[in-house]
Design a protein around this ligand. Structure first.
Ligand code: SAH
Ligand code: SF4
Length: 361
């Protein structure tokens, strides 16, 4: 079953008094809008948080006055910080309309300063996966490109790192990034801009539940980020039950989309498989998973993520022995497996737990 695309669905971000976010503008936009100084330098000051003072860019008074007339300089505020025992910090960010999103700052425990941010693409999510806390919220709205980008800038200004090349980004926070593809990709182009953070496209990973129409569009886009696929089941029957997206794009169609993506030299998919006790953790599942991966089992990573339990789902985490056994079954079939115990579990900042606990205002 491949079926037609789902009904177009629209949850625009609110109009901000008709002004574009300053963080969504390229130097050429600033130029075209009549920037009274150097557009390149203005962009640089906006997009390099290590040059900011007191959490805001340092702009000359003429440029600031002009920019305030043509763009919205609002940045998300840090509403809450919850440091976890594993060194990561979960942050709740408050947007201009009072909605909250969550992001996680995860320093890597190696000598070179490297930090991974897990960031959001939407407030809530429409995809309704039954094991996911964000899915339980439903969709509230898309993030604008400036909001996606400014999450990164605000985290850098508050917690580091000091430079874009020390940063890795995973779109594994709230939302289905490919449901908000235009804003997502504009943000990626801004992140990679050499006058801004200058990130390499290989340091950005977009995780999807398997929205094939979005995967096929992203495959053609430049720059093209890395792709992570959330599989989480090995039969269409089971996957359609826990991940409604599978009712439109089934496992065979998803596999075909990966073949059409055509991984280039050095490009790796990351497969994510949330282990749900008694649901998807048998040897038959391991066998079907290896079969589905086919030649992709070599050279591409398969991450096993034991279910992070939360109040909104009855699924449970399998015991450590079963996790190890499942990993061994896959390794015996030639898969490259890692077990990812989510960071930030003690502050509900791990995968699928990025949900605000307060009721919506
Ligand atoms: N919407 C995208 C990205 C955000 S979810 C996606 O689904 O890929 C990021 C990852 O968290 C996905 O791999 C998802 O399967 C996983 N996840 C969701 N709920 C989880 C839970 N309760 N425990 C562990 N992982 C979970
Ligand atoms: Fe949305 Fe991903 Fe959660 Fe599914 S797992 S509901 S796609 S955030």
């Amino acid at each position: 079953m491949t079926g037609p695309a789902p009904t177009p669905w629209d949850h625009p971000a609110p109009e901000r008094a008709g002004l574009p976010s300053a963080w969504s503008l390229f130097p050429e936009d600033l130029e075209a809008m009549g920037c009274p100084g150097s557009a390149a330098e203005t962009f640089r000051r906006l997009h390099r948080p290590w040059t900011w003072q007191e959490g805001a860019p340092v702009l000359g008074s003429a440029i600031r006055a002009w920019l305030e007339g043509v763009a919205d300089l609002h940045l998300p505020g840090i509403a809450e910080r919850q440091p976890s025992g594993d060194g990561s910090t979960k942050l709740a960010l408050e947007l201009e309309d009072g909605k909250r999103i969550e992001a996680v700052h995860m320093p890597r425990r190696v000598r070179n300063p490297r930090v991974t941010y897990c960031i959001s693409s939407q407030v809530g999510c429409a995809m309704g996966c039954t094991f996911c806390a964000t899915g339980g919220m439903g969709i509230v709205r898309n993030l604008q490109s400036g909001e996606i980008l400014s999450q990164v800038l605000v985290l850098m200004a508050a917690l580091g790192p000091q430079r874009g090349h020390e940063l890795t980004l995973v779109f594994m926070g709230m939302g289905e990034p490919l449901h908000n593809l235009d804003n997502l990709h504009r943000a990626i182009r801004l992140l990679c801009h050499p006058l801004g953070l200058g990130m390499g496209r290989g340091r950005i990973t977009v995780s999807t539940s398997g929205l094939v129409s979005g995967i096929e569009k992203l495959a053609m886009m430049v720059p093209r980020p890395n792709l992570a696929l959330s599989l989480n089941a090995t039969t269409d029957e089971a996957r359609s039950r826990t991940m409604p997206v599978n009712r439109v794009w089934n496992l065979a169609r998803l596999r075909q989309a990966l073949d059409n993506w055509g991984p280039r030299h050095g490009e790796r998919f990351c497969f994510e498989y949330v282990l749900l006790a008694g649901e998807n953790d048998t040897e038959a599942d391991a066998e079907r998973l290896a079969q589905w991966l086919g030649e992709l089992r070599r050279g591409h990573n398969l991450n096993l993520i034991p279910m992070n339990e939360h109040a909104g789902s009855t699924f449970r985490e399998p015991g450590d022995d079963r996790v190890q056994q499942f990993s061994d079954w896959l390794k015996a079939r030639g898969c490259f497996v890692t077990v990812r115990r989510s960071r930030g579990r003690d502050v509900q900042g791990a995968c699928g737990q990025l949900v605000k606990e307060r009721p919506a205002p």
